[in-house]
Design a protein around this ligand. Sequence first.
Ligand code: NDP
Length: 366
Amino acid sequence: MKKPVRIAVTGAAGAISSSLLFRVASGEMFGTDQPVILQLIEVPQAMELLRGLAMELEDCALPLLHTIRIFDNPEAGFKNAHYAILIGARPRTAGMERIDLLTANAEIFERQGKALSANAARDVKVLVVGNPANTNALIASRNAPDLSPTQFTALTRLDHNRAKGMVANHLGVNAEEVRKVIIWGNHSSTQYPDLHQSKIFGEALVGQQLDETFYRETLIPRIQNRGSEIINARGHSSAASAAQAIIDHMRDWAMGTEENELVSMAIVSDGSYGIEKGIVYSFPVRCRYGRYQIVNGLDINEFSRKMMKSSEAELLEEKASVNHLLPKETEQSHYKLRICLRSGKFLAADGLLDSGDPVLETSRLL
Ligand code: NDP
């Protein structure tokens, strides 16, 4: 049996986490030979709820569940964590402006960034789910001076999976057949679901299998607004599909993407595709050996460029409104990244080594 890994989860008593934890403890994230230690974190007022959830987990008698610990603060909760899934976030309430939401969450993620930097395992992999996820991830990362920016990601895998699911349903094929879907940008309605790289049975999706006008005018807005569509139907936001996306994101990051496939992850931009450095933006990536690389060199048409830029503009605006909370000391590390594909085979990293070696670059993480 392998040594257990420590997985910290914030907002652990909430809806998404309640769907997620049982599956993680059953081995769906890291495999059925990987024991897990769950470090569950909640705000003090939700601790009783969390205790109930922990009891239910215990009652499943799952063989992979090594230990459950519950915490009312991130400093202790992140101790030695190998993975941190940050779900808890302040929800938007009536009368709250976007800037109020950004500021309220900025404080939470500033504290969590510092706590991760001081307490987590040195190679911790962080996934931010709580909204506004991209900017929350940036705040956490900028407040974690002792970790690499490449260790912080935000969830756009649900958008990615939604695009796959909708296309598969529309064409009457298995979702497995729909490959190389890309979500660019922000996890918000400005995200750009790009299907131009996708082929089915050797034919391009856009223009051959899917009518271009249908793609642009019906499918893109439907994917962008799927979250609201679900809230309108269920009365509350998606939880089970978000949990599935978290599992997919972490599994692929840790264990690698499938052959001939790419996935979407929001990561600190290294300037690839002309996207401004220093924001957390969703790119097409491939993962191997526990690290990700941006898939570079894809053809970007004029329509795509416009859509990508519009989501970038929103993220730059979000960043500007929390700029005063981003410490200067971590600015440089966020502008010096290079996460691009050099050889097509190996993972590149954050540009500290520039050997000119076309095969392998290493990251300071290792
Ligand atoms: P959920 O578990 O349903 O959602 C948590 C967060 O995930 C929200 O910010 C939500 O955004 C976001 N999210 C991101 N992507 C998705 C998606 N695709 N579908 C749905 N949600 C998505 O919220 P609950 O209210 O049930 O639980 C939150 C828990 O967090 C509570 O138990 C609370 O006590 C805790 N909390 C912790 C805080 C902290 O750690 N300091 C602060 C505040 C709360 P959106 O709101 O936009 O749907």
